[in-house]
Each structure stands twice: as C-alpha cells, then as structure tokens.
Design a protein. Structure first.
Ligand code: NAD
Length: 483
C-alpha cells in the first residue's frame, strides 16, 4: 500500500499544504498506521476553491465539446473499473469494507461515472408557450463551483455519486473526503489526470471536518454543496449554505424499517436481512440505508427470528483485507458508541438473541470488531430503535396489522429507506405509498445508478442518482424574446 501522500490535488497538480501538519491514516482492522496525508486547512480550501472558480470562469471544462466531456467521464469510469483492485485495496485497508466488497464499490463508482457520461448532452431546458409573438425558453446552466463533503463508510461510491453528475452538468468541483478514508480518493486523482480532466476542474483537499470541511461549506465562491454525513454536521453545512444563499443537498442518516409480513418469501427475506446490500450486518452496519429495524409479523415472529439468528451466526467477521463478510467499526469513538447502545438496549428491556460483545480473538483484538448483534422484542420508542447506531445491531419489533407496521415504520425522525417483504402485491404498493422514506425496496434489494436515492424527514433533502439529480447541479435561466 502506498500510504504516504505528500500533497493535495489542486489545479491539476500535487501541491503542498500550507499547514505542515499531517493526518495519520489508521487501519480500523489492525490499528496499524497505513500512511499519512496533508492536514489541509482554510488556506488550502481557499486555494482549491479559487482554482475551481478560475477553471469555471475560463471555461476549461465547458469549452470542451459535449462529446469530449462525455468521453472523459466515461474514461474515468472505465479506469475506476480497470483499477478497482488497487483502489479497492486502499479503501478496504483504510476503511470498514471487506476487500471484494470494496472492489465492488469501486466498480459501482465507475459505473456511476459512465451513467452520467451519457447524460452530458441530455441536460436540456423547455420551450414554454406564451401568448403573442414571443419565444420563451429555459436554459439549464451549471452552478459554477460545487463542494462535495463525504463520509468514510462508502468513500468511493459516495464521492462518485455527487461528483459525476456535478461534472456532467458542467460544474467544477472541490472534494473534501473524510479524514478516516482519504487514501483511495487521492488515488482517484491520478485516474482523473489520466482520463484527461482539465486542470482545476476537480480538486481534492484532505483534512478534518472543522479545519477543511467547514471552510469549504462556508466559502463565498462555492455555488452549491452536496453533503453526505451525520444530521448534526448536516445542520452546520446547511447553515453555512444559507449564509451564502447557495443550494445544498443533504444525504444524512437513517433508521430504516425492514417489514416482513406473514405471507413473505421467508428465504428471500432471510438472505436479504443477513447479507443483502442493505443488511444491517453489511459493512458492520455502517450503511446509511441499512435496515436497522426489523418489523416482524407476530404470526411468524418466533420461527423467522430463530432462522435469522442461525443465519447471522454464519457471518464471518475479520480484518477487511482477509475479505470475509464484514469488517470492523471505523474508529474507537464509534466502537464505544455502538457498544454503549447495545448495553442500553439490554437495560431498556430488549432480549439479546445474538452477539453483543467485542470480538477479541487473537487476530481481531487490535481492531474494532463487534459481533453481529440482534436485540429482540424491542419497543420502537426506545433509543436503540430511534437513534442511528451505525453498527451491526438489528432491533426486532413485532407487529400485528398492516396499519401497525406502517405506524411503527414511520415513527422515527428519519426517512431514508424501507424494505417490504410480502407475497401480496396490493399490500406491497399500499405500504410503499404510506411509508415516509426516500426509497422503498420490495421483495429484494438493489439500486443501479438510474434509480434515485435520497432522504425524507431528518434524512435530508435533495436526492442523488438518476437523471433528476442533475437538477441539483444546474440552475434554470428563462429567456423571453419578442420576435
Ligand atoms: P460526519 O458528519 O461526522 O462527517 C462527514 C463529513 O463531514 C466528513 O468529511 C467530515 O470531515 C465532514 N465534517 C465534519 N464536521 C464538519 C463541519 N463542521 N463542517 C463541514 N464538514 C464537516 O459523518 P460520519 O459520522 O463520519 O458519517 C456517517 C454518517 O453519514 C451517518 O449518519 C450516515 O447515515 C451518513 N451517511 C448518509 C448517507 C446518505 O446517502 N444519506 C450515505 C452515507 C452516510
């Protein structure tokens, strides 16, 4: 692993940070130091934003033909896929995702770039009927400089998810990756260079949230912000955006329900709950849309729960580079938070039916590993059912009727995702309509780049993926012409 990255990526070059301080990058699997990166500060952010603003002003990106821009985005995607082994290895080592899943994530990031490559020449306005000898139409123009502040839990995917549409729409961007997982993202800078992205169009500044994230969110030359992270930080970013009157997309946390009715395909639901992309155990629960609350119909409660416990016992936990099913919690702080919630859930009266402890075998002792944990007979009002734990902790809540399931599902401050398992398609659509969440999955999981994802309620506003996300990176101009 090449862990020491001496420079920031600004204006197409590797430049030194004004601060000589470094950020250590640790493996949460082993606590080994993998390397270090610059601890960028407000000055570095200013340099990066000005570089992006100049690149926009000089039309370094927009002066390329539509086809050239599309080809570059496609090429970035292709290179991400071609280099997914080494990029994935970096993100696995510094993060919480097992190796082959991190490689898969990098490929998914590549496909997002390719999807938006196809959108470059499809961002169009309307012609609007008006009375008289008038031609009225709209243009959809780029915002200018967009800022992208991202978390650590799926670093490559989450950067691609907002940067690709921002570029497709003609913006120049500044990325502030999370301080836990900067190495993989910096590696992407090389891919951008190779793909031919002009200088200043993409800039990357590593650093902490306070020292680099906040100055980026508050920079007066930033014209739009996409923030993915916690509700608390989202509030700060939205306030900074409000000060500068710029639009912001907030992709925040969740406490998503997974509702299993008595007529469900139980094998499918079990597989999805134990190992699906939105399983609470996947990435050790560090997935914003994870189905953290299992709402289980009382008629199947005991049998299904017994099978789920048996299934979850098979989950293999280990260092990310050992490439088992799930890896560690990202940091000691987050680890303590997860263990605290498990303890609290037990005190509140939940029945611990699986896990609940730190994993301390010889090879896991140094990392932050938590056993896949299931708390049964949880009351939805308890904190374990209301707060985002961000660990491998499933809360199981019984219900009797469809109305009750919907009521429990919606009884949370969050509204990110929901999953429904039923053999009754009328019920499936009925419940999907009543659930207050940004995306609902029925009898399975998935979400290719063309399917929008975003939060309702405290899970945020705006959405990513799909063609509609391009609107967040453009502004409408109306042109009225007397003929
Ligand atoms: P976080 O809010 O602590 O950090 C996210 C990013 O914000 C990091 O880059 C961090 O450096 C930066 N940051 C921190 N303080 C800042 C400040 N004052 N100003 C500007 N930037 C600042 O989030 P986290 O806890 O590391 O990430 C996990 C959270 O992200 C969870 O709540 C999870 O649900 C959420 N998430 C949401 C989605 C989604 O699509 N809705 C996807 C992934 C993660």
């Amino acid at each position: 692993l090449q862990g020491n990255v001496p420079h920031l990526y600004i204006d197409g070059e590797w430049v030194t940070s004004q601060s000589s301080d470094r950020l250590l990058v640790n493996s949460p699997s082993t606590r080994e130091v993998l390397g270090d990166v610059p601890r960028g500060n407000a000055h570095d952010i200013d340099v990066a934003v000005r570089a992006a603003a100049l690149a926009h002003e000089e039309r370094r990106w927009l002066s390329l033909s539509l086809n050239e821009r599309a080809c570059i985005l496609w090429q970035i995607g292709e290179q991400l896929i071609a280099h997914s082994d080494d990029v994935g290895r970096l993100t696995a080592a510094e993060g919480c995702t097992p190796l082959s899943q991190a490689i898969g994530e990098t490929k998914a990031a590549g496909r997002i770039f390719q999807y938006y490559a196809g959108a470059v020449d499809k961002i169009q306005g309307d012609t609007i009927p008006v009375d008289g000898e008038i031609l009225d139409y709209t243009l959809r123009e780029p915002l200018g400089v967009t800022a992208h502040i991202t978390p650590w839990n799926a670093p490559m995917f989450l950067v691609a998810r907002s940067v690709a549409p921002a570029l497709a729409a003609g913006n120049t961007v500044v990325i502030k990756p999370d301080e836990h997982t900067p190495l993989g993202i910096l590696r992407v800078a090389e891919i951008l260079q190779q793909a031919g992205i002009p200088a200043g169009v993409v800039n990357i500044v590593t650093g902490t949230g306070i020292e680099a994230g906040a100055p980026l969110a508050g920079h007066e030359l930033v014209n739009g912000i996409t923030f993915t992270g916690s509700v608390e930080t989202g509030r700060l970013v939205a306030r900074a955006a409000a000060d500068n009157i710029v639009p912001v997309v907030l992709e925040l946390g969740g406490k998503s329900p997974n509702i299993v009715f008595s007529d469900a395909d139980q094998d499918g639901a079990l597989g999805s709950l134990a190992a699906g992309a939105l399983s609470v155990f996947r990435r050790a629960g560090q997935v914003c849309a994870a189905g953290t609350r299992l709402l289980l119909h009382r008629d199947i409660y005991d049998g299904f729960l017994t099978r789920l416990v048996e299934r979850a016992k098979q989950i293999r936990v280990g260092p990310t580079l050992d490439d088992l099913d799930i890896g560690p919690i990202i940091s000691e702080e987050q680890f303590c938070k997860v263990m605290g919630y498990i303890e609290e859930g037990r005190k509140e009266g939940a029945r611990l039916v699986l896990g609940g402890r730190r994993m301390e075998s010889e090879n896991l002792r140094r990392g932050y590993f938590v056993e896949p944990t299931i708390l049964a007979e949880v009351d939805n009002r308890w904190r374990v059912a209301q707060d985002e734990i961000f660990g491998p902790v499933l809360c199981v809540i019984p219900f009797d009727t469809e109305d009750e399931a919907v009521q429990i599902a919606n009884d949370t401050a969050y509204g990110l995702a929901a999953e429904i398992w039923t053999g009754n398609l009328s019920r499936a659509h009925r419940v999907a309509k009543r659930i207050r969440a940004g995306f609902v999955r029925i009898n399975g999981q998935g979400g290719p780049p063309q399917c929008p994802a975003g939060g309702h309620k405290r899970s945020g506003y705006g959405h990513e993926l799909g063609l509609g996300a391009l609107h967040h990176y453009t502004q409408v101009k109306n042109v009225w012409l007397a003929l």
